[in-house]
Design a protein around this ligand. Structure first.
Ligand code: ADP
Ligand code: ASP
Ligand code: MG
Length: 458
């Protein structure tokens, strides 16, 4: 069997859902399990609903929910023609919307939005889309069965970024999904959402539907995991920033993980873990161009003649510097600093140190003021906003002396704040001003991809 995951733009409207149905129908011999995202932009809209509820902006809240309702009902009506499917789906949608309204009004009553209620609200996107998609598949001859992922993706209670409890998830997923597969039906499950052991709804973090697909693939020992999205595959750079970006035919799990961690949002960073452990190949395909062969992610791809595989970047990064002569010859200093970030549950991406200073980057500045206050006990704290991380990735980085010199020569007029080479030795990461990022990525792309190895790139 295979797992096929369709992202937000791949199910954004009736036309996209039709396309997805055609793609799934073409794979029926491979026993697909389908994982779907919310329709494009719906999760963002739900998070806005949650904020508006908290701020008790009742008029805006009401109109945001009705917009969502209209969009889903219109899509269902456009896709469905049999009376029984239309009735069933419309009833299901109305029930979901009245539950959503109930939740929003309890958040408004309390005037408080906990991560737990935020997840409950965010979960509606996938629950709504999957209801419509399963019915549309059935009308198009696919024996689809809607199934609630929260019955078998069991997670910890780290709301908004929950992690799966794998042994529990594996046994429940097999129990829930194998009978459906064995009877020749196609399970349609929601990405992104999960449940604690006590049955409380959680989410796996933004972009988490990819992760859901990998979790299910690992649980069922799938032959392959297919991530269907809106680009031809993993590219040498985000095609929105670099129009001439090339498709990567094959890439290693390690390279793909570094890229997604540092900003290539085509894949959720945790996706590769479950797949690596079970050695399940992951494909990335384009829903709007299904004939393209996409990108294949495997353990050991053939070596490439190009020095790097891809360039990722992440905007909206903040640098926090701590400078103190007390660091000299002292031990325990770094531990104490990192404990501050730990306490505020704020991940640090890039770290550089000198004898008397430490610099760290964050992309979640919510707790910045409190972090600054706590760090001020260690030395002088300064903050630099509007930064971006750029990360070049490739297995060949390990073996190529002089790469850094070549890289920084290509962007020599740019002011570089921090430079770091990961211990994995397959990435070189640096931090620059956000306003320079597109120019820098394009320059690097010209430098490293003027010619490409046709075996590895398209
Ligand atoms: P989905 O909704 O299908 O999950 P996402 O929007 O999460 O899709 O991810 C796809 C997007 O990732 C693309 O539209 C592209 O702009 C962006 N992207 C960023 N870096 C890359 C890259 N290196 N290769 C391909 N796409 C990338
Ligand atoms: N709908 C979720 C999000 O927008 C999960 C996903 O699409 O992967 O983050
Ligand atoms: Mg995504």
């Amino acid at each position: 069997m295979i797992v096929m995951k369709f992202g937000g733009t791949s199910v954004q409207d009736a036309a996209a859902i039709n396309q997805a149905a055609e793609i799934v129908g073409g794979r029926d011999a491979r026993a697909p399990v389908v994982v779907v995202s919310a329709m494009a932009r719906v999760t963002d809209a739900l998070l806005t609903v949650a904020q508006k509820a908290k701020e008790r902006r009742f008029d805006e809240l009401k109109s945001s929910i009705s917009e969502l309702r209209e969009r889903h009902i219109a899509t269902a009506r456009e896709l469905l023609s049999t009376v029984s499917e239309i009735d069933g789906v419309e009833r299901g949608l109305q029930e979901l919307f009245s539950d959503l309204e109930g939740l929003a009004s309890s958040v408004a009553t309390l005037g408080e939005l906990t991560p737990r209620s935020q997840d409950a609200i965010a979960s509606f996107g996938e629950r709504l889309s999957s209801l419509i998609i399963a019915a549309a598949f059935r009308e198009r001859g696919i024996p689809a069965e809607l199934i609630d992922s929260r019955a078998f993706i069991i997670s910890d209670s780290n709301f908004t970024a929950a992690a799966p409890l794998m042994p529990e998830t594996e046994s429940r997923a097999r129990e829930a999904l194998l009978p459906i597969i064995e009877s020749g039906r196609v399970a349609v499950a929601q990405g992104f959402i999960a449940s604690t052991l006590d049955g409380v709804t959680t989410t796996l973090g933004r972009g988490g539907s990819d992760y859901s697909a990998a979790i299910i693939g690992a649980a069922l020992r799938a032959e392959a995991i297919e991530i269907w999205t809106d680009v031809d595959g993993l590219m040498t750079a985000d095609p929105r920033a670099v129009p001439e970006a090339r498709r990567i035919r094959v890439i290693s799990f390690a390279e793909a993980a570094e890229l997604s961690y540092f900003g290539a949002k085509v894949l959720h960073p945790s996706t590769v873990l479950p797949a690596v452990e079970k050695e399940i190949p992951v494909h990335i395909y384009n829903t709007h161009n299904p004939a393209c062969e996409g990108t294949l992610i495997v353990n050991r791809p053939r070596p490439s003649r190009n020095l790097i595989k891809s360039i990722a970047f992440k905007r909206g990064v903040t640098i926090v510097n701590v400078a103190s002569t007390r660091m000299l010859m002292a031990y325990g200093f770094l531990r104490a600093i990192f404990e501050v970030f730990d306490r505020h549950q704020t991940p640090v991406d890039v770290v550089t140190t000198s004898e008397v200073s430490v610099s760290m980057t964050l992309d979640q500045p919510e707790r910045l003021e409190a972090i600054k206050r706590d760090l001020s006990g260690f030395g002088e704290v300064t903050v630099e906003n509007n930064k971006a991380i750029v990360c070049v990735v490739g297995d060949n980085l390990k073996f190529t002396p002089g790469l850094a010199a070549r890289l920084f020569r290509a962007i020599e007029s740019t002011n570089v704040n921090m430079i770091s080479q990961g211990a994995s030795e397959i990435n070189l990461t640096f931090v620059i001003d956000e306003s320079d990022v597109e120019e820098v990525v394009r320059s690097l792309h010209r430098e490293f991809f003027a010619e490409v190895d046709p075996e590895v790139f398209d």
